[in-house]
Each structure stands twice: as structure tokens, then as C-alpha cells.
Design a protein around this ligand. Structure first.
Ligand SMILES: [Zn+2]
Length: 247
């Protein structure tokens, strides 16, 4: 049977700690809580690491967070040689906030890249120091300098980033919201989460279940590290933090 974990990060990506109760421990030691602030690896974004604090003050390190049988079942994977928890035990969850904030900045940066490069997305991966987005672009005339300038214009404008729920029907009526070439957002649950940028989503909106910073200014300085050719029409853009290195 699949569990349904209440995903607190969906409404508030800035939660650093929360109380939770163990509802199950699977045969490989993975822990499932009633609720969590740990994002599970999905949609190209790496899952969280962090720790659990028990009532006696001892800690259990969490090395990774993954989804189980369904996307709603969130499994916390302990580091090797940690004490075992019992079902019903109450703990305090604490994510590695420094790492998560880097992931939130990087993930938002990927959305900005899809605004500067408005082409179908064929793949993406968000990690804390390097991210990539693959686009189906027949034209190879983009330069890293131009794209970086476009990204930094959006960062400096400090647009708000927020989420909004829409219905399956609203999504069907606005097919342009979906920028992925091959991946369709899950429909049938009645609600699709849109990540919007700008007042009234004037800059962008697209379905996404990840975690993002609350404004484009919070992304900070970023640059395009490299543009690689992956196949005839695929271009892979790498995003890095900091100014573009002079060469
Ligand atoms: Zn996103």
C-alpha cells in the first residue's frame, strides 16, 4: 500500500524545521512520516538531505529523499549506521537549508532560462552547483554571453515568484503553459500547480512541483557555463552561480 505524505514544502518552501510522526519504516530502512519538509527527488530537482531530532535529543542523519510507490509517498533514506525509528515516534525534521536554498535558487534560474530561450524543453536537472536545461533548438546562434545578459536582466528586475493551482480544464485550454516536449504534467487529480513569475504571471507560468525562491532577485548572480550540442537539434545549457569567468 502507498502512503500519502503531506508535502509541507509545496505551500512553503522556506520551512527549515517541522514536527512529524513516523507512519512506516520500509524493509530497506526508509522512513515515511505523516508530513514532511524534505523534497523528494523528482522533476529534475535533487531531493533534500538533513537530520531528524528524536525526543532524547539524538540525531539521525538523512542522506537522501526519494518517492516511493507514488509521488505522494515520500521516503527519507537514513545515512548508513543510524538508529532505527519506531512507528508512532515523534521527531523534529530539519533539512540541510543551505543546500536546499542553493537548489531553490538554481531551480528558479532554470525557469528564467526557459523565458530567455523560449523553446521546447527536452530535459532538465537541478543540483546545487550546476544545473542544465536541454532545448530543442534548430538554430545554434545563441551565445552564452547573450543568454547570461538576458538572465541577469530578469534577476535585476526582482520579479515575484509564486504558485497558483489551476484545473485540468484550464490547462487544457492553455496548452502553451506546457514547455516540456515529452513530459506532460499529471492530470486527473483536478489540480495542477503552476509556478508563476512576475506580477500576474506577466513573465512566465508553467506547471512545476519543485521548490523555488520567492523572487528573481534572490536567484543572485548566475551565468551560462557552456552550451553543448546534443544531437542535431538539441542544445544543452549549463547554469552556474557567480559572474561569467573572463577569458
Ligand atoms: Zn520549477
Amino acid at each position: 500500500m502507498a502512503y500519502r505524505t503531506e508535502a509541507l514544502f509545496r505551500d512553503d518552501a522556506y520551512l527549515k524545521t517541522a514536527d512529524a510522526t513516523v507512519v512506516a519504516v520500509n524493509d530497506r530502512g526508509g522512513i515515511i512520516f505523516d508530513r514532511t519538509i524534505f523534497y523528494a527527488t523528482s522533476g529534475g530537482q535533487l531531493g533534500d538531505s538533513g537530520a531528524l531530532e528524536r525526543a532524547d535529543g539524538s540525531r539521525i542523519e538523512i542522506a537522501a529523499t526519494i518517492t516511493g510507490e507514488t509521488k505522494d509517498e515520500i521516503i527519507h533514506v537514513p545515512a548508513p549506521a543510524q538508529a532505527a525509528l519506531a512507528v508512532g515516534e515523534k521527531v523534529k525534521l530539519a533539512i540541510d537549508w543551505e543546500r536546499r536554498h542553493l537548489l531553490m535558487r538554481m531551480h528558479a534560474a532554470c525557469h528564467l532560462l526557459t523565458v530567455v530561450c523560449p523553446f521546447p524543453i527536452t530535459g532538465a536537472s537541478v543540483s546545487e552547483d550546476d544545473s542544465r536545461v536541454d532545448f530543442d533548438i534548430p538554430d545554434a546562434s545563441f551565445t552564452g554571453e547573450e543568454v547570461t545578459a538576458g538572465l541577469m536582466d530578469l534577476v535585476r528586475a526582482d520579479h515575484p515568484i509564486f504558485t497558483r493551482l489551476i484545473s485540468d480544464e484550464e490547462l487544457a485550454a492553455n496548452p502553451g503553459l506546457v514547455k516540456s516536449k515529452n513530459v506532460r504534467p499529471p492530470v486527473g487529480t483536478g489540480k495542477i500547480r503552476l509556478v508563476c513569475i512576475g506580477e500576474n504571471a506577466s513573465v512566465d507560468s508553467q506547471p512545476c512541483g519543485g521548490t523555488h525562491v520567492k523572487s528573481t532577485g534572490e536567484v543572485g548572480e548566475i551565468h551560462i557555463g557552456k552550451i553543448e550540442k546534443k544531437g542535431r537539434e538539441n542544445r544543452r545549457f549549463r547554469i552556474r552561480f557567480g559572474p561569467m569567468p573572463a577569458n
